[in-house]
Ligand binder design. Sequence first.
Ligand SMILES: Nc1nc2c(c(=O)[nH]1)N[C@H]1C(S)=C(S)[C@@H](COP(=O)(O)OP(=O)(O)OC[C@H]3O[C@@H](n4cnc5c(N)ncnc54)[C@H](O)[C@@H]3O)O[C@H]1N2
Ligand code: MOO
Length: 396
Amino acid sequence: MEPEDYSRLIARDLPVGVETVPLAEAVGRILARDVPADAPIPGFATSAMDGYAFDAIGLDRAQAGDRVLVAGDIPAGHPPVEIPAGCAVRVMTGAQVPGTAEAVVPVELTDASRTGAVPVDVVVTGLPEGLRSGWNIRDVGEDTALGDVVAIGGQRLNAAGVGTLAMFGITDVEVLRRPRIGLIVTGDELRGPRATGPTIPNSNLPMLAAAITAHGDIAVPATSGDDPAEFLTVLDRIVLDVDLVITTGGISAGAYEVVRAALEGESSQFLRVDQRPGGPQGYGQRAGIPLLHLPGTPSGAYLSFHLFVRSLLSGIPLGERWQRAVYTGPELAGHRRGMSLVPVTVAADGCVVPAARARLRDFAAADAILRVPGAPVVIADGDTVDILPTGPEIPA
Ligand SMILES: Nc1nc2c(c(=O)[nH]1)N[C@H]1C(S)=C(S)[C@@H](COP(=O)(O)OP(=O)(O)OC[C@H]3O[C@@H](n4cnc5c(N)ncnc54)[C@H](O)[C@@H]3O)O[C@H]1N2
Ligand code: MOO
């Protein structure tokens, strides 16, 4: 089966519900619903310039070259003062302008000094042709009208989104709950207090927990030895507490394939996807919770996360997630047994460059995964290729 078809096969909705979090902690979270503006912006007529606000008569006088009386001063954040007929007041950018203001003339277009005390009067030294009423005055709602949708449900909140919501005085925001992902790694060979024989460090658990965290989700980690009864006990405990379970190892053709032994013929299926590494795969469900069975080899588990787990979590099948890039490097011959996956870095010119090998540590130094289609395809320098960036989807 092609990896893209497998991704479609395992697609499932993960209804995770919503929760309210403080805006200060909401970056990277997905908004639960549209947020309408509960007030216009600006909320009051505001000066767009440091300068002088004239009423209509005062502006006529200024345009005629007359000296116009300055009746007061309005720093930003201070209450406006009225403009006596035929006069001006000094205003700062962001200050509320009086209702009778016709226009604000920037200080540079007057004979007044930029700083210091308010002058007694002011002469306008130059104005644009055809100056419109309301020049340099930002009207109520000019930026955003009451009721405008200012943030869209389903959107991942970035720093600008946080700022936007803060502009409306919002301090708490409804977001999708972070999916909780159970992670069960299996194998009697994993180093731990109970292991007796030759052991190896458990690298899949910290690796996939890190991948889950970088994706913005919550990892609920567990380990199991190669005894199916023990595995089922661990699984049945974890499904009560999570939205999805990932397992690693125990799914290929050996005599002690714990995941397969425990679940095959029950509610999980096992198959081989035409890709390398990461060919052996499985999927199913337990107590209504979806299960994804990843291969135990660390590079296979890592790639399976990027190809399949991320597709499931995002609701976007793998076939729609590949990005186009230009390849530069030696010829890469497609493998006779299907697609292969190669670590690549993105060079300064935007081209992707392959690593010499495809060990886990080569993926650690890479920016993306290159899709090398199976034989007889050969990728040559300058070809357009498909890549999958491996960076997190949320800010670190
Ligand atoms: N007769 C066959 N043997 C194998 C086949 C096959 O088609 N026929 N496929 C091979 C391929 S490809 C892969 S990938 C592996 C997948 O095997 P499993 O998913 O059953 O994984 P395990 O056998 O449990 O482990 C494989 C390998 O990875 C190491 N491992 C497992 N878990 C961890 C961990 N948490 N941290 C670090 N390393 C781990 C484990 O020690 C094994 O070396 O099957 C091939 N065999
Ligand atoms: O499918 Mo396996 O070793 O190639 O990960």
